[in-house]
Write a protein that binds this ligand. Structure first.
Ligand code: ARG
Length: 464
């Protein structure tokens, strides 16, 4: 057991207590951030005259050596240390001797862990944003290639009105674009450094918090030392945004699963993204989409866990906060994995355009347009709605579609129908006449695809 705080104790910690308390098994994940933060801290300590140049150089060299040795497999992070901070400090002292004991001057593990978690999370926000961008690129490509791929649009999972595949993909483009916006917001709100807040009440050493903040790429230092060491809002915001990403991915997965089923056959998931059955030779299952859909639960779980953990904690630091890590790491890994796999699945998927178009022609997706046709001929909309309702009933009885009826049959239900009705309620007209902003016609969607491409080119927010 290697602990940083043995001085006031007369007995050894119970082994089970030690294990229950230890965080090394999971906080070793941010050992690089721990070293990065420590280097910034000692560079500042020297600038402020708290350490000598030699001490600073020895510490920086020692810390860099530890990082290298861990990365290259010469030094293992083991559970003989309580947490990653103890691991780094103990190793530093054994490498460089007494100078190493000065690293923690004017610092507490409370501001240290707050910093490490922030640095780690901040990098992850950028990585998740990159993955979202990759997905958006794939979606916009599918959109570009399918401006004229007609398919039914649904409400209540009942065929409603015809749309295009580009339009449907475009809906998801908007969702993931907003998710990127959330990443950007979180980044800008969290980007303040807690380092130098001490245990809770700052310190009497003349630390330059602005300097360490700028060394670490933060916009500035946080403004209240008690808040600094006990704020986990940004973790909650991130988990909330990750939950929203998963909710979007899960809805999308659900649609892919439906589209991929034998009855729909709108898409075929590529062999490389499907799995088989051990007993039924004909099976090709959409496991990836199903797993993405199910993993949403664990990300929501992480959000609920940290919200609950934080709700009863008095200021400032309490050990409860150690529980912010494992589930957050799991949620981050889950979302990154799901985004990557989902993107690959979409990129390699085959869209069965004929099936989509045939489906769009069935199921009375042009019924609204048929009613609008009558309205244009002077019939009040409510009457038109009722006429077309009767027409649909007639078609259901006959097993036909509206546009397959003869003009005589149409005229029997309303004398207003003329030959031009066929053109006016064709699939093409139903889609291409929809010219309002955000509507599915190719004319409008083409502009949207261009705007999306422009956004993907320019919409990057860059950080060091
Ligand atoms: N492992 C701890 C955590 O994750 C580090 C901070 C310990 N601070 C303390 N006062 N015990 O929160």
């Amino acid at each position: 057991m290697a602990q940083l705080w043995g001085g006031r104790f007369t007995k050894e910690t119970d082994q089970l207590v030690y294990q229950f308390n230890a965080s090394i098994s999971f906080d070793q994940r941010f050992f690089r951030e721990d070293i990065e933060g420590s280097i910034a801290h000692v560079v500042m300590l020297e600038k402020q005259g708290i350490l000598t140049g030699e001490e600073k150089d020895a510490i920086v060299k020692g810390l860099t050596g530890i990082r290298q040795d861990v990365e290259e497999g010469r030094l293992a992070i083991t559970d003989e240390y309580e947490d990653v901070h103890s691991f780094v400090e103990a190793n530093l002292i054994s490498r460089i001797g007494d100078a190493g004991k000065k690293l923690h001057t004017g610092r507490s593990r409370n501001d240290q862990v707050a910093l490490d978690m922030k640095l780690y999370t901040r990098n992850q926000v950028v990585e998740i944003d990159d993955r979202l961008k990759e997905l958006l690129q794939v979606l916009n490509k599918i959109m570009e290639e399918n401006l004229h791929t007609y398919m039914p649009g649904f409400t209540h999972l009942q065929k409603a009105q015809p749309i295009t595949l580009a339009h449907h993909m475009g809906a998801y483009f908007e969702m993931f674009k907003r998710d990127r916006g959330r990443m950007r917001d979180i980044y800008s709100r969290m980007n303040f450094s807690p380092l130098g807040s001490g245990a809770l009440a700052g310190t009497t050493y003349p630390l330059d918090r602005y300097y360490t903040a700028s060394l670490l790429g933060f916009e500035g230092p946080t403004d209240n030392s008690m808040d600094s060491v006990s704020d986990r809002d940004y973790v909650i915001e991130l988990l909330s945004a990750l939950s929203t990403i998963m909710m979007h991915l899960s809805r999308f997965s659900e649609e892919i699963i439906i589209w991929n089923c034998n009855e729909y056959g709108f898409v075929e998931i590529d062999d490389t993204y499907s799995t088989g059955s051990s007993i039924m030779p004909q099976k090709k299952n959409p496991d990836i989409a199903e797993l993405v859909r199910s993993k949403t639960g664990r990300v929501y779980g992480a959000l609920m866990a940290i919200l609950t953990t934080m709700k009863g904690i008095p200021l400032a630091y309490n050990k409860d906060m150690q529980e912010d890590k494992e589930m957050t790491f799991d949620a981050i890994d889950t979302v990154k994995g799901c985004l990557q796999l989902f993107t690959g699945m979409m990129e390699s998927m085959t869209f069965k355009k004929d099936r989509m178009e045939t489906s769009a022609m069935m199921g009375f997706t042009n019924a609204t347009d048929a009613a609008d046709y009558l309205v244009k001929k002077g019939v009040p909309f409510r009457d038109a709605h009722s006429i077309i309702g009767r027409l649909v009933l007639y078609c259901i009885d006959k097993g036909s579609s509206i546009d397959a009826l003869t003009i005589e049959e149409l005229k029997q239900i309303s004398a207003v129908f003329e030959e031009d009705v066929y053109r006016e309620i064709s699939l093409e007209t139903c889609v291409e006449k929809r010219l309002t902003h955000g509507a599915p016609s190719a004319q409008i969607m083409k502009k949207q695809v261009e705007a999306n491409a422009q956004y993907l080119k320019e919409g990057d927010w860059k950080h060091e």
